[in-house]
Design a protein around this ligand. Structure first.
Ligand code: AHR
Length: 498
């Protein structure tokens, strides 16, 4: 089988915002305690952060990390997590039915992010709290000094403001599982007034308003419309969340789920632009896909976890090779919409549905999904290019005829680098890629990275951390101005040219 692509610098989608490679740390399970923070670990630094984890996070080049939730944020009092640690309360976390010790809070996380070379994307609690708590947190984090909350920060040992630029107005407020769940009307009004007050404290911040928790929500699209009717003038982004899984073990359908992500993104863009038309607005609302990943392996075992323990192993999906392929397809979906998706957060980063796993007191390692994210984040910078693709297809129940080839390219013209990201969804055989490199004469293949495995269920574990790792023995080459490569059956490919 052969798939044809045309790579043309004229097919520019838009600049890839570095924040497309964001991630997420929630106070949930062992993400914080035992994940990024473990003061008794041999690799702990002066603040108790695991250096081995920090190294892996830096390797992923994650530019922004959303914090502190997630469902957790909708019951969180940020004041519990600042000031002397010995005075911080232990609280019931109703979202995840655990005990939160508050040993890590705003200042510790901001410092961790600095050490990880990342910015913080801060979420405020619009579940149990509202305008006051949100505006005070902006003042605490961003105001230089001479006021109650900025001086409180200084008294906690943090003289310079954190200067947090990107803020989320709550989390998944359309979901009945959310503490303080609201109707679109209720949330829209609260988000509008909170946004105004937050920006009056610091006009330089950018705001993300909550869209639907997923495309299957009964209120999907109507929710976005109502919420934007209220907040359009006051926010820059609307959020999208999605998680996929393969519970029926139907690989063909599973790998096609990125088509659902494409449709989700396009529906939200249409809704934003519909509200723009109604308001006769000049401003465009962009998208923050601030939770996306595979999540299904741990759902059953999580039901057996005893409530009210500290940092239990919740949502610890152990990812397979096939999950990495879908994550690759989802990254391609984000890049294909880089003109409107400006922020995206792989949810999450450590232990909780994460590319990085740890053992308490033990090692840290890379899950299978680490690799497509690593390649996209390392090489998918510059501008995204749409490819004209002609690919043979296969039939699925849910999505009809699905192309074997999923692909996109990025170009960094200053650095003279072109990267093609491609997934071969074919379960039987390699797919020959035949690329017309028009307008990109002189480019040669520098490297063809491949993630492949004979076992679609292969996983990386503490004992076998390298069961699934990429290699650079792909055969991509440019001959007579055409890019040719054999994409192995079921593979993630990163073809770098320069
Ligand atoms: O990422 C795990 C959870 O998924 C988040 O807390 C919530 O926002 C979503 O439902």
């Amino acid at each position: 089988k052969t798939a044809k692509i045309v790579v043309d610098p004229e097919f520019r989608i838009g600049r890839v915002d570095p924040r497309l490679y964001g991630s997420f740390i929630e106070h949930l399970g062992r993400a914080v305690y035992g994940g990024i923070y473990e003061p008794d670990h041999p690799a702990a630094d002066d603040m108790g952060f695991r250096r081995d984890v920090l190294e892996l996070v830096r390797e992923l080049r994650v530019p922004i990390v959303r914090y502190p939730g997630g469902n957790f944020v909708s019951g969180y009092n940020w004041e519990d997590g600042v000031g002397p640690k010995e005075g911080r309360p232990r609280r019931l976390d109703l979202a995840w039915r655990t005990i939160e010790t508050n040993q890590v809070g705003t200042n510790e996380f901001a410092e961790w992010a600095r050490r990880a070379d990342a910015e913080v994307m801060m979420a405020v609690n619009l579940g149990t709290r509202g305008i006051d708590a949100a505006r005070h947190l902006v003042e605490y984090c961003n105001h230089p000094g001479g006021t109650y909350y900025s001086d409180l920060r200084a008294s906690h040992g943090v003289k310079r403001p954190h200067a947090i630029k990107t803020w989320c107005l709550g989390n998944e407020m359309d979901g009945p599982w959310q503490i303080g769940h609201k109707t679109a009307e209720e949330y829209g009004r609260l988000a509008q007034e909170t946004a105004k007050a937050m920006k009056w404290v610091d006009p330089s911040i950018e705001l993300v308003v909550c869209g639907s928790s997923n495309r299957g929500m009964p209120t999907f699209a109507a929710w976005e419309e109502t919420v934007l009717e209220h907040t359009y003038e006051h926010v820059e982004y609307i959020s999208l969340h999605t998680y996929y899984g393969n519970p029926d073990n139907d690989l063909g359908t599973y790998l096609a789920k990125s088509l659902d992500m494409d449709a989700f993104i396009e529906s939200v863009i249409a809704t934003c632009d519909h509200v723009r038309a109604k308001k006769r607005a000049k401003k465009t609302i962009d998208l923050s896909f601030d939770e996306w990943n595979v999540w299904f392996h741990s759902r059953e075992s999580d039901e057996r976890i005893e409530p009210w323990s500290v940092a239990p192993p919740q949502l610890e999906d152990v990812y397979t090779f096939e999950d990495a392929l879908l994550v690759g397809c989802m990254l391609i979906s984000l890049l294909k919409h880089a003109d409107r998706v400006k922020i995206a957060c792989l949810a999450q980063l450590v232990n909780v549905i994460a590319p990085i796993m740890t053992e308490n007191g033990g090692p840290a390692w890379r899950q299978t999904i680490f690799y497509p994210f690593l390649h996209a984040s390392s090489y998918g910078r510059g501008s995204a290019l749409a490819l004209r693709i002609e690919s043979p297809r296969y039939e699925t129940k849910e999505f009809g005829a699905v192309p074997f080839l999923e692909a996109v390219a990025t170009v960094d013209e200053e650095a003279e680098r072109l990267t093609v990201f491609a997934v071969n969804r074919d379960q039987e055989e390699p797919l020959l890629l035949d690329g017309d490199l028009r307008g990109m004469e002189g480019y040669e293949v520098l490297e063809h990275l491949v993630l492949e495995s004979d076992d679609v269920k292969a996983r990386n574990t503490a004992k076998h951390p390298d069961a699934v790792t990429p290699h650079s023995r792909g055969d991509a080459a440019v001959r007579d101005g055409r890019l040719r490569a054999a994409l192995p059956r079921l593979s993630w490919n990163t073809i770098r040219l320069g």
